[in-house]
Structures are given as structure tokens and as C-alpha cells.
Design a protein around this ligand. Structure first.
Ligand SMILES: Cc1ncc(C[n+]2csc(CCOP(=O)(O)OP(=O)(O)O)c2C)c(N)n1
Length: 158
């Protein structure tokens, strides 16, 4: 568990770094600590692996906020191949309306397509709900993530 400035904590899988880990663990963490606001930030590929766990938050009526960083790709694979000069292969994902998926389960959702819209989200209202909220955040698929910084962070974190 990592300290996240003075606002609280964030948790990250430091072992195998398995995709989907954040989804189930954020629900478990919220059940264990129901007064703490919880936000799960996940890639769309990871959500496709484990996202149905969100129905547990629905059943338990807990206010998990699920943010999907949606680039219709396995971004780490795509950008890793580019940075390493490797063949560009096997990273595409379908274009999916995750809000529609959430609606089909009776889960509140909305889509965000700009930084301004993200800044206007009233997170306190979402944390006061009696159920999860899914936010489908459309991100720039060409924006290269700070992959070198991630590796350094993993190497120095306890
Ligand atoms: C279960 C599992 N399979 C494969 C990997 C290897 N892997 C690491 S990141 C990644 C792509 C993740 O894609 P996404 O969840 O969409 O997040 P993004 O990289 O786009 O932020 C893959 C395949 C893994 N970490 N865990």
C-alpha cells in the first residue's frame, strides 16, 4: 500500500502485476473499510478480463467508483512494442461502450471525453451513492504513458 500525498492511500499490485487485480481488490477493500471513498482505476483490457466483478459492488450496494481508461487497446503492449521497435501486433481491443454494459446491469455510468469534464465530476456525490458508478474515460490512444517512470517506481517501492 502506497501513501498518496495527504489525501489517503493507493494500492497497486507490486508482485506479478496481474491485470484485473485492482477490480476485485478495490471491492474487497471497500467492504473492509466502508467509510473510506474508493476509486478503482483500470485499463479497458483489464476491465474486459475481470469487470463483471462490478456486480458484487452492485449486490453489496457499495459506492465503488470504477474508472476505465479506454483506449481500445492493450496500451502497455502497444506502447512497449513501439518503444522497443518491435513488430506491432496483438494489442487491439474492440470499441466498446462500457456505459451501456453498466446500464444493462442497472449500474449508473457516464462517459468522459475531456480533462475539463473529468474535473467537473462530483466525486463526493458518487461516494454517497448506494451502489457503484462506472466512468468510461476516453483517453488519447497515441499518448505514450510514462513507462520508464513506472519501471523505476516499481523498483523503488516497498
Ligand atoms: C493476467 C495478465 N495477462 C497479461 C499481462 C501482461 N500485460 C501487462 S499490461 C497488459 C495490457 C493491459 O491493457 P489495459 O488493461 O487495457 O491497460 P493499458 O495498458 O491500456 O493501460 C498486458 C497484456 C498481465 N500483466 N496480466
Amino acid at each position: 500500500m502506497q501513501r498518496c500525498n495527504d489525501q489517503g492511500y493507493y494500492r497497486i499490485a507490486m508482485g506479478y502485476g496481474s491485470m484485473g487485480w485492482a477490480i476485485g481488490s478495490s471491492i474487497g477493500s471497500l467492504v473492509a473499510n466502508p467509510t473510506a471513498p474508493h476509486v478503482c482505476i483500470t485499463g479497458d483490457g483489464s476491465y474486459l478480463m475481470s469487470g463483471q466483478e462490478l456486480t458484487v459492488a452492485l449486490e453489496q450496494r457499495i459506492p465503488l467508483v470504477m474508472i476505465i481508461l479506454n483506449d481500445s487497446a492493450l496500451g502497455m503492449v502497444k506502447h512497449g512494442q513501439r518503444l522497443g521497435g518491435a513488430e506491432q501486433i496483438g494489442f487491439t481491443l474492440p470499441v466498446i461502450d462500457y456505459g451501456a454494459m453498466a446500464s444493462s446491469m442497472g449500474i449508473e455510468s457516464f462517459t468522459i471525453a475531456s480533462i475539463d469534464a473529468l474535473e467537473q465530476v462530483e466525486f463526493d456525490e458518487l461516494f454517497a451513492r448506494q451502489g457503484p458508478t462506472l466512468i468510461d474515460v476516453k483517453i488519447d490512444p497515441e499518448e505514450e504513458p510514462p513507462m520508464g517512470e513506472r519501471i523505476k517506481g516499481l523498483a523503488t517501492s516497498k
